[in-house]
Design a protein around this ligand. Structure first.
Ligand SMILES: CC(C)(COP(=O)(O)OP(=O)(O)OC[C@H]1O[C@@H](n2cnc3c(N)ncnc32)[C@H](O)[C@@H]1OP(=O)(O)O)[C@@H](O)C(=O)NCCC(=O)NCCS
Length: 89
């Protein structure tokens, strides 16, 4: 089961690890900006109790921005094989 929960500042190191593995250039300040823009719109997916992936979202008027979609390389390719425990349920 994949469990989705809100991103917290405790997840910054995890997010930084994933973006570095992906070869991206964001800095910790970029994650903090996303988190500050939409504190309840940034998420961590956990697989078997450990962080597996991230995403951030924010809304600017009529425009929504989804960013930082990252999955731990070791855990990719789970589509259609895992159900997701949606935090809104
Ligand atoms: C993109 C990423 C999150 C996909 O994770 P994953 O666990 O392999 O994804 P899933 O198994 O759940 O789904 C795979 C599907 O996503 C699709 N996909 C992969 N990368 C994609 C992308 N950048 N945009 C759109 N779709 C993408 C695949 O084609 C596949 O679709 P299919 O089953 O119809 O062929 C992962 O490869 C990753 O972290 N990549 C590095 C960061 C990145 O490029 N993020 C996306 C850009 S913001």
């Amino acid at each position: 089961m994949i469990h989705v929960r809100e991103f917290t500042t405790n997840d910054l190191a995890f997010g930084m690890r994933l973006k570095t593995a992906a070869g991206w250039n964001q800095m910790e300040a970029d994650w903090k900006r996303a988190f500050e823009l939409e504190p309840h719109g940034c998420f961590v997916a956990e697989y078997e109790g450990r962080p597996a992936g991230t995403t951030t979202t924010c809304v600017f008027g009529d425009v929504a921005w989804i960013a930082m979609v990252l999955v731990d390389e070791a855990l990719r390719g789970q589509r259609d094989r895992q159900s997701v425990d949606d935090p809104r349920d």
